[in-house]
Design a protein around this ligand. Structure first.
Ligand SMILES: C=Cc1c2[nH]c(c1C)Cc1[nH]c(c(CCC(=O)O)c1C)Cc1[nH]c(c(C)c1CCC(=O)O)Cc1[nH]c(c(C)c1C=C)C2
Length: 514
């Protein structure tokens, strides 16, 4: 592929598009751009040697009693997907991945049973989060949840001045349901999705239905939930080519693929590799982006590439140092780092833990620096319950994953001292599960640095300002900035951003501002 944009005049469709970043957003972007602009040449640049970003699955082998060998898929990033994103289902359909799906039914214990580990309790232990109102009556959480929910509709409207446009999830939950409710349920939810502190997360970005329910209910979330929400949703619905996957996944809670979640980026890569208009380059570090009226020059240590258009999918903080013309708010959001520890035990799951999704640990009463939960454990996923079909021999061993870090500063041995670290974490796991555990047959530890952005209060306003800056000089709408740090952290959010990338270039190009 020639490095010069063939037709870099304004009012022309993109001729050479550079996509920066080869994670799920970059791959989805490239995939959809090839469909949108079949005549454009597309260059995908990734700084690391591999594509797929945080989606990384590995099949490991280990000994099981009787001298046999077991095999299991271990994930270091997202491990399962929810069927609530039409863009994701469409991508799976277009890639022909249906036959590779493994699913967890909504009726299975993995979907129904979720637990909290209440580290602050006098007798700490796992507590089930009830799945219905009746369940709460008998739950340990009854005293926190039931009065809070019953009282909420009668609490005065209390959104404070200064929070008219956004506030943290913790702040909204505390105002409406009380501090304990927010600490226990709000913090756990945010640990499980963002590995972050709910006191920093923008509720309007992360949980817009909650924010809208309060508006609709004239100050009460419960009243808002009960009230019709017809008027808030767009009347025109996008159409997605899902090939009937919605029906196939109708009663499915989560799903993955036979060889793990990495099958998704791998399948996109395979399709792109056969497209003569696509050039994928890994281990290429972009050092500078220089916009002009007609193109954007992309510098790497070895060459300068001229693109008519650019989509950058890398984390916004890593985009900032590349820019010769600054863009606002790229460094506004902090990122969470998580240590992911996968354990495989040569014992059946029902012997080691209750059937279910796993458990989350709420923020300690005295904060993240307190002595409660010194290991900084955010939660543990019982993978065998939802993803056991990936492994052999079926049902004969237990796979679970512990997540550590996020807003905590874990007091733990270093990663280099794997044996001691494993021992400390196993002791904590035994404490949580209230039982002795056998020696693990396999342990994998991986440190995921800056893997999830915390989209902090005011995020949506900042992103509107960023878009505004990109539409003006010198970028003139030639560059789009997308990805988890911009448009949402779920895999569905990343895929939909890739699907929408370049939509503005389709209709018309920007007027010449020279
Ligand atoms: C590395 C740890 C991660 C934690 N959260 C995420 C990662 C990669 C990202 C994430 N997890 C969930 C979502 C929402 C998905 C959606 O709404 O469609 C996101 C963006 C939910 C979730 N949390 C856990 C699981 C198994 C899932 C389902 C999706 C997935 O596989 O990621 C478990 C879990 N994740 C984290 C913790 C601390 C945790 C504990 C039980 C952090």
């Amino acid at each position: 592929m020639s490095e010069r944009a063939q037709d870099p005049i304004t009012l022309a469709p993109p001729s050479v598009i550079a996509v920066l970043g080869g994670g799920i957003t970059g791959l989805s972007t490239t995939f959809h751009l090839t469909r949108k602009f079949p005549n454009a040449r597309i260059l995908l640049l990734e700084k690391s040697p591999r594509l797929g970003g945080w989606m990384q699955s590995k099949r490991v082998q280990f000994g099981i009693p009787g001298g046999d060998v077991g095999t299991a898929i271990l994930e270091t990033g997202p491990r399962s997907l929810r069927p609530n994103s039409s863009a994701l289902l469409e991508l799976i359909n277009l890639l022909g991945l249906q036959s590779q799906l493994i699913t967890t039914s909504e009726e299975s214990p993995a979907a129904k049973n979720r637990f909290l580990y209440m580290a602050d309790n006098q007798k700490p232990g796992l507590t089930a989060i009830p799945s219905n109102a009746l369940g709460f009556l008998r739950s340990q959480l009854a005293l926190t949840v039931i009065p809070a929910v019953l009282r909420e509709p009668f609490r005065k409207k209390n959104r404070p001045s200064g929070a008219e446009h956004d506030e943290s999830l913790d702040s909204l939950m505390s105002r409406r349901f009380g501090n304990e409710f927010a600490r226990i349920l709000g913090s756990s939810l945010v640990h499980g999705i963002y590995a972050a502190d709910a006191r920093k997360l923008s509720v309007k970005t992360a949980l817009p239905p909650l924010w809208m329910a309060e508006n609709r209910g004239n100050g009460s979330i419960i009243r808002g939930v009960v009230k019709s929400r017809k008027t808030e949703y767009p009347l025109v619905k996008e159409t997605y080519d899902t090939g009937g996957l919605e029906t196939f996944l109708k009663n499915v809670s989560v799903f993955s693929f036979k060889d793990g979640i990495q099958m998704l980026p791998d399948a996109i890569t395979k399709v792109l590799e056969t497209n003569p208009n696509v050039d994928i380059r890994t281990s290429v570090k972009v050092t500078k982006l220089l916009p002009s009226t007609k193109c954007i020059e992309i510098s790497t240590p070895h060459e300068t590439i001229t693109a008519s258009h650019v989509v950058t999918t890398t984390p916004p903080p890593s985009l900032e140092p590349l820019l010769t013309s600054p863009l606002p708010h790229l460094t506004s959001n902090p990122y969470s780092s998580v240590t992911v520890i996968s354990f495989v035990f040569a014992a059946r799951p029902e012997v080691l833990h209750p059937p279910g999704f796993g458990y989350l640990i709420p923020r300690p009463k005295n904060g993240y620096e307190s002595d409660i939960n010194p290991e900084g454990i955010l939660g543990v996923v019982f993978d065998s319950c939802s993803l056991g079909d990936q492994d052999r021999p079926l049902g004969q061993f237990t796979k679970l994953t512990m997540m550590v870090g996020g807003p905590y500063t874990p007091r733990l041995p270093t990663l280099e001292d794997k044996d001691t670290l494993t021992k400390v974490l196993l002791t904590a796991l035994e404490r949580h599960l209230g039982r002795r555990l056998p020696r693990p047959a396999f342990v994998q530890i991986s440190y995921q640095k800056d893997c999830i952005p915390t989209l902090t209060t005011g995020h949506l306003t900042r992103m509107a300002e960023l878009r505004e800056a990109l539409s003006g000089s010198p970028w003139n709408s030639r560059m789009e900035v997308v990805g988890a740090g911009i448009g949402g952290v779920s895999v569905g959010d990343c895929v939909v951003q890739g699907r929408n990338a370049g939509n503005a270039w389709q209709e018309q190009d920007v007027p010449d501002r020279t």
